[in-house]
Structures are given as structure tokens and as C-alpha cells.
Ligand binder design. Structure first.
Ligand code: SF4
Length: 376
């Protein structure tokens, strides 16, 4: 049988697959302690708040995911906890490492057999973690490998937070260094709003990873209800919008959520967000050859951004063999950027990273599923 997706690792000659690391997975993912604040842990374990804080620090600061190793807990408590309470929700199923860029893509297995992807990007000594918020995605953007497979379920808080905990180990971050976090992996974060919100509270918690709000970005494809809700949150977490087109006809085709929230509705929500939060937006724009990369598309984008404080991040498209698109060639990318800049819009082109490891989100998961189908 021919797989629908490229099979790894045979097609990734520059890719090193490391053996999967085993961690302590357990019980119900929704109930895992890694998805709880100190007060939740105390309540769940029927312990004083002080004990909840102690366990939270072990999990989120020291990244110890086994209760047996929490040496300052009373032995009787450690034994009873291991017997009855889930600590963590993920195990590492596979890794791909890009020799070109140092990017690491991790495939996590969830307790119910589903899988998700998380990516570690490096820029010098800084690290950015690209987290998933759902298993699959319901929104079906035309150029997206994740969207091809459809929606399976939302991730729990623990499943989101643990992606970051694992990548801290993967990145060998020193204790005084925190990563950047982008919710730009599998799924639309605002469709899983409550879990994403709570995971951010845990990531920012001073007794845990203590990641600054400005180092966290939530990326939406234009979920207006989520944007309006996000505008009310009392923090400086950043917002990024994946636009990809600046006319409704083209955006309807590339990003079907536009049929529900057309560009004018989205613009109003973004103005509202900026009135409330006074934060600069990032606009993500994936360039597809002869689809959305003409200078006239850039002019339309510049016109759309009037009235918003925004910078544009141009994203080179990572090839997905099953999809009928090709990346824009460099001369079209340059002409697009020049047209934007000529119209007074700040724009940068994101450096292509991890093209040698199926970097488009959802590809590793799809390839793994195809491998498993072949083995049946
Ligand atoms: S681009 Fe994002 S929102 Fe669109 S289908 Fe893919 S994961 Fe979903």
C-alpha cells in the first residue's frame, strides 16, 4: 500500500532520530498534576496549600515528574500518591533533529493513543517552543498538513504544559533562562480556550517555569470570539493572527474560518483588542506561489492593516506532498516584501527552519500514522 504521507525517517537523510525517552505516564490526562495550579493540587490531594506548592515546584520548576523522586515529601504521602493520582500525561514517541538548523521536532504519544507534535526552534542561545493545543484541527486551512487529518480532540491543560516541560529538558536550558512560547502547533488555540488559558497561567507561575507574559504568543487563524475574550485577559501575552490573504474571496478559499468571521469582522475585533491591550500584533502570512504572493496581494494586505499597529511575518511554506501548492520562489518573496515595505508596512521573512525534517506541523504525525497503517 502506498502511504499518503512521506514515511520517515527513510526520506530524511539529514535527520537523526533519537530513541524515545520514557517518562512516568499515568492515569487520566485531564487529572494529571502537571495541569494543575498549587491550589488545585492541594485540593485534589486533600493536602494543605503548602504541600500543593511543594509538589507544583517539583513538577514545574525542577521538572521532576515522578512522585517517588520528590524527596522532601513524607514517604507515606509519596506511596499513596503514586497509587492513586496521575502525574503526567505524555510520553515521547519519536524525535527528529534538523542538522541544518538545530530544530527538534518531538512526537508525543497521549494516554489514549493519539499523537501530537511540538517543535523546539533555536536562534543562537535562545529557544522557542511551538506548542500544540489540539489533536488535529477542525478548521481545514487549505495549505495545512494538520488540517488534512481533521479534528480528534482538545488537549488537556497537562498535555499542553508538559510539551513545554519536555522541551526545557530537550533544549538544556540553564535555570535562569526561560524559553519563548508560541501556540502555533497543531490546532486553533482559541477553540480550546480554557485549557490554553490555564496552561499559560501555569507556564507564567512564579513558583514554576516563570515565563514572562511577553515571551508567550498565542496565534489564531482569526477566531473572533477568542480574540475578543483574549482582549479581556489581564496580561501582556502577545497575539498573532495568521491572515494569509487580505481579500475575502481568497481568504475563504485558504482559511475557511473566514466564512464565519470575514475580514471586516476580524478587523473590528483586532481594533478592539488593541484598544483594550495596546499591544502590537504580529500578522503571519504564508506565501504560496501564484496564490497569494502577487504584489497586488501585498498592496491589499497593506490596505487591510491600516488602523492597526502590526508587523508582518512572512512564512515560507513547507511543502506537503498531498497539497496542490508550491512555495513562492525567492524573487516573488522579495517583490512581495518590497511592495509591503513600499506601502509603509514593517515586514520580515521568517528564516526557513527544519525543511529537512518535515517541518510543516502535522507531517510527522501523519507520517507516523501512515507507517502504522502499512504495518497492519
Ligand atoms: S493552519 Fe492552524 S487553524 Fe488552520 S488547519 Fe492548520 S492547525 Fe488548524
Amino acid at each position: 500500500m502506498t502511504p499518503r504521507f512521506p514515511v520517515w525517517p527513510r526520506h530524511n537523510f539529514n535527520t537523526r532520530i533519537k530513541p524515545a525517552m520514557t517518562i512516568h505516564a499515568s492515569h487520566e490526562p485531564d487529572n494529571a498534576l502537571t495541569g494543575m495550579l498549587p491550589e488545585d493540587i492541594a485540593e485534589t490531594l486533600q493536602q494543605p496549600l503548602m504541600r500543593g506548592r511543594q509538589i507544583f515546584q517539583w513538577l514545574q520548576k525542577k521538572r521532576v515528574l515522578s512522585l517517588k523522586e520528590m524527596t522532601d515529601l513524607p514517604a507515606a504521602l509519596r506511596g499513596s500518591l503514586d497509587a492513586g493520582v496521575g502525574v503526567s500525561a505524555l510520553t515521547v514517541a519519536a524525535r527528529q533533529f534538523s542538522e541544518q538548523s538545530g530544530t527538534v521536532k518531538v512526537l508525543f504519544a497521549l494516554r489514549d493513543g493519539e499523537t501530537i507534535e511540538t517543535v523546539l526552534l533555536r536562534h543562537g542561545d535562545r529557544a522557542t517552543f511551538c506548542l500544540s493545543s489540539q489533536v488535529g484541527c477542525a478548521l481545514g486551512c487549505a495549505f495545512c498538513a494538520t488540517g488534512l487529518a481533521g479534528f480528534r480532540r482538545h488537549l488537556s491543560v497537562a498535555e499542553i504544559v508538559e510539551q513545554a516541560l519536555h522541551l526545557c529538558d530537550e533544549a538544556h536550558l540553564p535555570p535562569n533562562q526561560t524559553p519563548n512560547i508560541v501556540f502555533m502547533g497543531m490546532g486553533e488555540p482559541f477553540q480550546n480556550y480554557d485549557a490554553v488559558l490555564k496552561s499559560i497561567q501555569i507556564l507564567m507561575h512564579p513558583q514554576g517555569m516563570h515565563i514572562g507574559a511577553r515571551k508567550i504568543t498565542v496565534s489564531t487563524v482569526g477566531d473572533v470570539a477568542g480574540i475578543r475574550r483574549f482582549a479581556e485577559e489581564p496580561w501582556q501575552v502577545r497575539l498573532s493572527v495568521s491572515l494569509h490573504a487580505a481579500t475575502d474571496a481568497l481568504r475563504d478559499k485558504l482559511t475557511p474560518l473566514n466564512r464565519r468571521y470575514p475580514l471586516e469582522t476580524l478587523h473590528k475585533a483586532l481594533r478592539y483588542y488593541q484598544q483594550k491591550r495596546d499591544r502590537q500584533l504580529t500578522i503571519e502570512y504564508t506565501l504560496l506561489a501564484n496564490e497569494n504572493d502577487a504584489p497586488s496581494d501585498a498592496v491589499a494586505l497593506a490596505a487591510y492593516l491600516r488602523g492597526l499597529d502590526a508587523v508582518v511575518n512572512i512564512i515560507p511554506w513547507n511543502v506537503v506532498l498531498e497539497l496542490p501548492f508550491t512555495p513562492s520562489p525567492p524573487r516573488r518573496v522579495n517583490a512581495f516584501v518590497a511592495a509591503l515595505q513600499g506601502a509603509g508596512v514593517k515586514a520580515t521573512v521568517r528564516k526557513e527552519r527544519g525543511g529537512d525534517i518535515n517541518a510543516a506541523c502535522g507531517q510527522l504525525r501523519a507520517a507516523r500514522a501512515a507507517d502504522e497503517r502499512e504495518q497492519v
